[in-house]
Write a protein that binds this ligand. Structure first.
Ligand code: SF4
Ligand code: SF4
Length: 145
């Protein structure tokens, strides 16, 4: 839940293009480029954490990752549910689908919209190609519906 005034992606277009073109999990870098936690958070903490860009350890990025969905045994290598865990488990096997960025509550909506408008179609084509050639992933999809 980012701040009301968020990062303007047109001012960091070059950086975002590099991030979204690399086969590595993009969520942590997008989180750090975002505006940080908004004041309406519901976390029960006494200190002022508005604006923090830290990973919340919610694991939403990991749940949304197709690489982990296709190969769930990878999850057994790490108990944490954080962006660092995602980077450890995925490495350079990233499909560049952008799901982790879209799922992260700490990434600005502006950056998510930039991703959707500029890079998502490209990433989805790659993801569909892999899904079509990967029997296990197809079974996973069927089981989840
Ligand atoms: S969700 Fe997509 S972009 Fe994110 S790490 Fe997994 S494959 Fe890469
Ligand atoms: S989705 Fe959750 S675990 Fe992943 S980077 Fe964002 S805050 Fe961290």
């Amino acid at each position: 839940m980012p701040q009301r005034t968020q990062t303007d992606p047109t001012r960091i277009q070059h950086i975002l293009s590099v991030i979204f073109s690399q086969p590595r999990p993009p969520v942590a870098r997008c989180r750090l480029l975002s505006s940080g936690l908004g004041p309406a958070h519901m976390l029960k903490v006494s200190e002022d954490i508005v604006g923090t860009k830290a990973c919340l350890g919610c694991g939403s990025c990991m749940d949304a990752c197709p690489v982990l969905a296709r190969d769930p045994k990878r999850r057994l290598r790490c108990d944490a549910r954080s962006s660092m865990a995602l980077e450890t488990l995925i490495g350079e096997d990233c499909d560049r689908c952008g799901n982790c960025v879209l799922a992260c509550p700490q990434v600005d909506t502006t950056i998510k919209h930039y991703l959707i408008q500029t890079h998502l179609a490209e990433g989805m084509v790659e993801l569909l190609a892999k899904a079509a050639s990967d029997e296990v992933y197809v079974v996973d999809l069927l089981l989840s519906h």
